[in-house]
Design a protein around this ligand. Structure first.
Ligand code: PMP
Ligand code: GLU
Length: 412
């Protein structure tokens, strides 16, 4: 019956991160000992004081009704204060819209900004859902591709070249999912200098990995005077506070756009969960020590994973400055075989590793970079050590495919 579905959903790609995690979970349910490095999911529990705030909100019985669509006033005020204090973003509580995760926040923004055919320049590699959400909203993604040698950061010249009269917005994440790259203040200033010549282009700055940053510096492009009235800063609680399941994200946007996002959210979902909002308030107002401790743990895991990956031939990668992903180029393995299956691309590579090493990764194609795969090091050190050992052993079984083997089927 699925031919009856709308063209909209038929042409929508399934989220590759979620799909790979589902595959891993299905194998796990069959009793296979899978190590899941596919989903960007912190292995930590939400800090205790945040849990306590949620329990307290339930016990007071004061938060069981529909919250205001854009979020509780005190939460919006607290977010605006945080953005002013920590990010140098000049904003009022009315400019904040709290949503069901940063994912919905992004969807609201694109639905409010894009008309059919409007172009959005996407810094590539990009987070999987950008492309899908832009297309759902009727827009046309235009990819500018960073190179490994440059930590996968597309240059201001590439940005300039991609701008057309149809360009409505530019989107990037920093720290970046999937590469871990962090744009420095100078790099963001160069981006702003290009955009200052094109006043009608908006910037969507996804800063959800703000706290998972191993450099000394996190710069928000909205803090530049020239960008302040046309930047939408996206952030949320999933990563820095290990709150993926609580579903709280937000935007800070020009007031007219914040109002439009509130309107759309009022028709689609209303406010996000009241109890989760009370927990988010505690997260933003109280002790950051658990967040900093998690970041320190991610730094150690990054170093460990890089050290182990260096011992396996054929992986080329840049050192991530933030987030919790490594994004190695694995094209060295393309055209190699275990005698049965030939690895032709990054999708095949991930399937081979899933089936032979029982480790789940995500193909770089989902992020716009077909030579790479994404490995999430948000897992425990023990899991990372075991996963890398298994990957090494599985890859040692590969040899260059001969002309007959090259004609055998690949995985996908
Ligand atoms: N942006 C980026 C770059 C992400 O990696 C994610 C995944 N967590 C999101 C947005 C969405 O986050 P959430 O909906 O969990 O707040
Ligand atoms: N953002 C995470 C990731 O990239 C979670 C999965 C998702 O929301 O797509 O893995």
């Amino acid at each position: 019956m699925d031919h009856l579905l709308s063209d909209r959903v038929k042409s929508l790609a399934k989220s590759a991160t979620i799909m790979m995690a589902q595959k891993a979970n299905a194998l796990k349910e069959q009793g296979v000992d899978i190590i899941n490095l596919s989903l960007g999911e912190p292995s930590f529990k939400t800090p205790k004081h945040i849990q306590a705030a949620a329990k307290c909100a339930i016990d007071t019985e004061a938060y069981f009704s529909y919250p205001p669509v854009a979020g509780y006033d005190d939460l919006r005020t607290s977010i605006a204060q945080k953005l002013q204090r920590d990010n140098g973003i000049d904003c009022e509580p009315q400019q904040i819209v709290v949503s069901t995760g940063a994912k919905q926040a992004l969807a609201n923004v694109f639905l409010c900004l894009l008309n059919p055919g409007d172009e959005v320049i996407v810094y590539t590699p990009y987070w999987v859902s950008y492309e899908a959400i832009i297309k759902l909203a009727g827009g046309q993604p235009v990819f500018i591709r960073g190179k490994l040698e440059n930590d996968f950061k597309a240059t201001p010249e590439q940005l300039e070249c991609a701008i057309t009269p149809k360009t409505k917005a530019v989107i990037f994440s920093s720290p970046c999912n999937p590469t871990g790259a962090v744009f420095s203040k100078q790099e963001l200033a160069a981006m702003a200098a290009v955009l200052s010549k094109h006043e009608s282009i908006f910037v969507i700055a996804d800063e959800i990995y703000e706290y998972i940053n191993f450099t000394e510096e996190h710069t928000s492009i909205a803090s530049f005077e020239v960008m302040k009235d046309r930047t939408i800063t996206v952030n949320g609680f999933s990563k820095g506070f290990a709150m993926t399941g609580w579903r709280v994200g937000y935007i800070a946007a020009p007031i007219w756009l914040a109002k439009a996002c509130e309107k759309i959210q009022g028709q689609l979902t209303s406010a996000t969960c009241s109890i989760a909002q009370r927990a988010a308030l505690a997260a933003i107002e109280e002790d950051l020590a658990p967040t900093l401790a998690m970041t320190e743990a991610y730094r150690k895991r990054r170093d460990l994973t890089m050290e182990l990956l260096c011992k396996i031939p054929g992986f080329q990668f840049s050192k991530p400055a933030g987030a919790f992903y490594l994004f190695p180029d694995v094209s060295y393995y393309f055209g190699k075989t275990d005698g049965r299956i030939v690895i032709c691309n990054a999708n095949d590579f991930c399937m081979y590793i899933l089936q032979k090493a029982h480790v789940s990764l995500v193909t770089g194609s989902a992020f716009g970079e077909p030579h790479c795969v994404r490995l999430s090091y948000a897992a425990s050190e023990t899991q990372l050590e075991a996963a890398l050992q298994r990957i090494k052993e599985a890859l040692l079984k590969l040899k260059v495919a001969n002309s007959i083997e090259l004609n055998k089927p690949s995985y996908l």
